[in-house]
Design a protein around this ligand. Sequence first.
Ligand SMILES: [Zn+2]
Length: 124
Amino acid sequence: MKNHNIKKKLFDGDQEDLIKFGWSTLCPHCKAKISFKTSDAISLNQARGGTLEMVIEKIPKLMIIALGDVRFFKFENLPVYYFTHECSNCSEKIILVAGMGEYQPTRFLLITAGLFSVNNRPCS
Ligand SMILES: [Zn+2]
């Protein structure tokens, strides 16, 4: 599984705007536009098993703090979240990983860390 992401700051602002924030990127498989919104974020700390473990291994500079059997992830000093999406054009499953949270008091950042195409079918 390949990481197609180029690290990019998507958001820098206050919490109220972050909660409503959405953005789009290109499907790594068919280049169709795919959309994400921050309200769909799932904490990477909850990730267990299979695909997400492979994703975790492929993100450069991802910090993993293990306390017993609990793991905490940090990217650019931010808590880490993932978003899943199925491309409506080619039905490829996409996982996007991003650091998101309060960077300085009242200042919130969203920075992409990884973009993965899960099915990994050859391009047509
Ligand atoms: Zn696609």
